[in-house]
Design a protein around this ligand. Structure first.
Ligand code: MSP
Length: 509
């Protein structure tokens, strides 16, 4: 099914000016789920999940100053909070890159040298506007409309200085052709984002990108190898992580890597321009293939406002994990909103999902099945092959659904990155099985001494649960393990209910 033999997936490198919030955890959980799924398909050794931190630039320098620390000391502290969080959320990353590491800074210098040598970087004067929170340069007409950053609407500062520029303009036609080429239909996803980028490129003529800041204004960055009085623009530095982490330039300046091109860069829609415009052009200028897919997901919102540190409305993922558990949190994020769209985050929404999908559907199916195995067979799982048994129509439909589930999950998840749809398919099987219990009324089979029917019926439920445990594993690794532990090979090992209902106290009115 999957033609490529390896899968290289990345998350953005998160800024270390503050600890992670739900938005950051969303991208990382999605990436982890895909990586876990692909590891099963392709083998552990053929999947690489890269994450890390973006540690240079004005924003970090400012945050460090406010904390009374040197930038690197400050970054060292915040990085630990990210690493702890990924551990708490069960993120199976293969590598964590920090842009302050020597392996990265040396690589960035090399890439800059190559581009400079080829004439794709040149010196000139920069006149324009800069938004520090976004670390973005803006032109006069872009700022003129609102007098502020077109992205975040915060104040911008006027800049006029000697700088180095990267030739973006020269490659605009190449990029447009690349995006439009039918073989690259999956280059920018979802297609709404691809259209957005194409529209942007149609309306705007790209101007060359200012990729340096004079040292006297900003010294927290990678010095340009051809002029150490300037440091590298933080986006130019950070984007290169995707290749610095997994390869190197050889003596002929050719990039060599076992993993590149990336199969998937997962990002939020806020950083689409940098990933879909700057990044492919940087790669092309370096003579390196573009990534296969850039997927930009939506935002988690709080009351119609994007969750972000600057808006002061962030929720700490750890608080949610402590309240609901890791897997419930992972499930909620991936199930509640189709990947690509914005979602509204609230505890009420988590509780609703929890009580219906997890407590009522999955938890109930497992618990009632274990209870029946215990009650009718003293904990021994009936050893029969359901494929050799002819069930009634509903039972046959379940049998079919068990064998079809693999593909039903694979296509939305691995081909189209539709986490929610993939989970929906798993839950269709769970609901079929629950309905079957209600319709078959196994207690009557027991009363009427229909022992063969009862045995087949229960074994069918066991097989459903085993298949479900397999299917949810990438999404909810702990839950899958716990189910597998409770439904053993020959006997069961009934534990506490996986998801006891959450009673919501309605405040007295
Ligand atoms: N450092 C840059 C990325 C460089 S990649 C070479 C950056 N960092 S960030 O810390 O601001 O993280 C941005 C990413 O966090 C978004 O692209 C998205 O993946 C995630 N999110 C941050 N806030 C979010 C929401 N409110 N909702 C969903 N995800 C968002 O940009």
């Amino acid at each position: 099914m999957n033609m490529s033999k390896k899968f290289y997936i990345t998350t953005p490198l998160y800024y270390v000016n503050a600890s992670a919030h739900i938005g950051h955890s969303y991208t990382t959980i999605a990436a982890d789920t895909l990586a876990r799924y692909q590891r099963r398909l392709l083998g552990e050794e053929n999947v690489w999940l890269l994450t890390g931190t973006d540690e240079h630039g004005q924003k970090i320098q400012k945050a460090a100053e406010e904390a009374g620390l040197k930038p690197l000391e400050f970054a060292n502290k915040v990085v630990l909070t990210f690493k702890d969080l990924w551990k708490d959320l069960n993120i199976s990353y293969n590598d964590f890159i920090r842009t302050t590491e020597e392996r990265h800074t040396a690589f960035v210098k090399k890439a800059l040298e190559i581009l400079y040598k080829r004439g794709d970087i040149y010196e000139s004067k920069y006149e324009g506007w800069y938004c520090t929170p976004c670390e973005s340069f803006w032109t006069e007409p872009q700022v003129a409309q609102g007098g502020a950053c077109p992205d975040c609407k915060r104040p911008v500062e006027k800049i006029s200085e000697t700088s180095y520029f990267f030739k973006l303009e020269k490659y605009q036609d190449w990029l447009v052709n690349h995006i439009k080429d039918p073989v690259n239909v999956k280059f920018i996803l979802p297609s709404t984002r691809k259209n957005e980028v194409l529209k942007f490129l149609e309306i705007n003529k790209l101007t060359d990108l200012c990729i340096s800041r004079p040292k006297e204004r900003l010294n927290w960055g990678i010095p340009l190898p051809f002029n150490p009085n300037h440091v590298t623009y933080v986006w130019f530095d950070a984007l290169l992580n995707y290749i610095s982490a997994v390869g190197a330039f050889n003596s002929e300046d050719r990039y060599i890597s076992k993993w590149w091109p990336a199969d998937l860069h997962l990002i939020g829609k806020d950083i689409l321009r940098q990933h879909a415009i700057y990044w492919p052009i940087m790669l092309h200028a370096l003579g390196i293939e573009p990534p296969k897919t850039i997927f930009a997901h939506g935002w988690w919102m709080i009351n119609d406002d994007k969750m972000s540190k600057s808006r002061g409305n962030v929720i700490n993922p750890i608080d949610m994990v402590n309240k609901f558990g890791i897997d419930v949190y992972r499930y909620f994020l991936l199930r509640d909103v189709p990947f690509g769209l914005d979602g509204s985050f609230s505890e009420e929404a988590i509780i609703k999902r929890f009580n219906s999908d997890l407590a009522n559907d999955l938890g109930n199916l497992l618990y009632r099945t274990l209870t029946m195995v215990e009650k009718y067979y003293q904990g021994s799982i009936p050893q029969i092959e359901i494929n050799k048994i002819k069930f009634d129509a509903a039972g046959e439909a379940i049998k079919k659904a068990i064998s079809a589930l693999g593909d039903q999950v694979y296509i939305p998840l691995a081909v189209n990155f539709e986490f929610s749809l993939s989970l929906e398919k798993i839950w269709e099987l769970i609901n079929m099985a629950n309905k079957y219990v209600e319709e078959t009324k196994p207690w009557n089979l027991a009363k009427e001494n229909k022992t063969d029917e009862l045995k087949s019926f229960i074994r069918l439920l066991v097989d459903v649960i085993r298949e479900v445990a397999e299917a949810i594993l990438p999404f909810m690794p702990n839950t899958a393990a716990s189910i597998k532990e409770q439904i053993g090979q020959d006997t069961i090992n009934k534990g506490k209910p996986l998801f006891p209902r959450i009673e919501v106290k309605i405040p007295n009115s």
